[in-house]
Design a binder for this molecule. Structure first.
Ligand SMILES: [Zn+2]
Length: 454
């Protein structure tokens, strides 16, 4: 989340869930500015926040000695801090990890957001404006997809708003899988973080224009219809786009039938049935099914699960010979897409000026750490056990920290997350950056050689 026009994160604390998490040692749960100071600043915590890895990611290889490195690159990146009482510090910039570290330690921000890379150092934008020859514009940013669990409120019956449980979380898992598989095909690196109720899928690709961003975002747009109604999917054309067809066959169909149908009890009440029947364009057909279900509420399907039975009946009816209206044949697919396809906040993806919540920062309402998710193991990710600040501090207390250690995070639940970020995201990213930097530099050398030979 963390967009510019969204100054306060709208997440409400899920107190019940919070109380379930027990700190291993006596550190009371909940968010507390003092915990934040320990997390970011205290010598006791010994760098729980991975300043070095975090900054290295945003350098994209430009902090090296290679003559092709752009030394001004990372200094043109905006960092935004939100302090207590919603005091905003926009357009911060840092030239080194230690500069960033001292600033975070000094200010202990409630929120840390990452902005775009600008044409000039954002902290000096006014000076540049006065000199008159430099325009201050965003030039690069990661491609970001925001998925909010609250956008699924019309297809989940267990929770609403910011709340999430293991019955509705799989909706997010499916979105992660669809995005991850499709974006990996483009040979770019994806980092996925969970913080509060938002999953941010961050694609570390730079140099994309707003138009290119919009084109990629549109790739995932199959919805039409109102914001609050169940978003009816319209799969235009007689043949599914290959990407959609693959998503359907590989992921969505089995997820809907084996998971969502039962977990959310999609046919267990008249109201729930109606929601699905509303997606069928033929009214007569829908009311026929409804009559049938009202008639045999208990009798003929008492032994079988009512959800599985009714779904089979609906599919049979839609696919049977006499119901071959042009819209009906595609209807099963459309229902499944409506319930399961990733619901993305397109505006976040399309423009460069939205802010991205930094991984490993702390959610100011839940006190949970914004942790990366491994897309290859996203089925195992449990949002209700994401470490909280008090848990981490409790673990440190219990483990007996060393004041001079750089790696006290190894003694906490952060260990898996930091190791994953380092080895599965950062290292492959830097390797790719190095190769790209070298080939761009060699191409430039070759070009100037050719010019000289003339
Ligand atoms: Zn739920």
């Amino acid at each position: 989340m963390g967009r510019i026009d969204d100054p306060v994160d709208s997440m409400d604390i899920d107190e019940q869930q919070q109380q379930k998490v027990e700190a291993p040692a006596a550190v009371p749960e909940g968010f507390n500015p003092d915990y934040l100071r320990v997390y970011y600043a205290s010598i006791i915590a010994g760098k729980l926040f991975p300043y070095g890895d975090f900054f290295k990611w945003l350098c994209y290889g430009n902090d090296g000695k290679h003559p092709g490195c752009d030394q001004s690159y990372v200094g043109r990146r905006e960092f935004s801090f939100t302090l207590e009482n919603d005091i905003y510090l926009r357009f911060q910039s840092f030239n080194s990890a230690s500069e960033l570290e001292s600033s975070i330690k000094e200010k202990c921000p409630f929120k840390i957001d990452i902005g775009p890379v600008y044409s000039v150092d954002p902290a000096k934008r006014h000076a540049y404006a006065q000199s008159g020859n430099n325009v201050f514009v965003p030039v690069e940013r990661e491609l970001i997809f925001d998925i909010d669990i609250s956008d699924y409120d019309d297809v989940r019956y267990c929770c609403s708003g910011a709340d999430v449980c293991l019955d509705c979380w799989p909706l997010m898992t499916i979105a992660i899988k669809i995005l991850d598989t499709s974006l990996r095909g483009m040979m770019i690196l994806v980092s996925i973080t969970y913080c509060g109720y938002t999953v941010a899928v961050v694609v570390s690709i730079v140099g994309l224009s707003n138009e290119q961003r919009a084109a990629i975002a549109d790739y995932f747009r199959v919805y039409k219809g109102g914001e609050n109604a169940l978003k009816k999917v319209s799969l235009a054309g007689p043949v599914l786009h290959p990407f959609l067809a693959r998503s359907y066959m590989d992921v969505l169909k089995s997820f809907f039938e084996d998971n969502l149908l039962l977990r959310q009890q999609l046919f267990a009440s008249q109201e729930k049935c109606q929601k699905i029947l509303d997606l069928i364009p033929d009214e007569n057909f829908a009311s026929e099914l409804q009559d049938k279900w009202q008639g045999n509420r208990r009798s003929s399907i008492s032994k079988e699960d009512v959800n599985a039975a009714r779904w089979e009946q609906l599919k049979m009816a839609l696919q049977s010979g006499k119901q071959k209206g042009p819209g009906l044949r595609r209807c099963v697919e459309e229902i499944i897409f409506s319930y399961t396809y990733p619901r993305l906040d397109m505006e976040v993806s399309k423009h460069m000026n939205h802010l991205l919540k930094a991984p490993f920062c702390i959610h100011p309402k839940t006190g949970r750490v914004c942790v990366p998710i491994d897309p290859n193991n996203c089925d195992d990710f449990d949002p209700t056990t994401v470490p909280t600040l008090s848990q981490l501090l409790g673990e440190l207390n219990a483990a007996g920290f060393q004041t001079d250690s750089e790696n006290n995070w190894e003694k906490t639940a952060l260990e898996t997350s930091i190791r994953f970020f380092r080895t599965s995201f950062l290292q492959p990213l830097l390797k790719a950056c190095k190769e790209e930097l070298e080939s761009a530099y060699n191409a430039k050398l070759q070009q100037s050689k050719n010019t000289l030979n003339w």
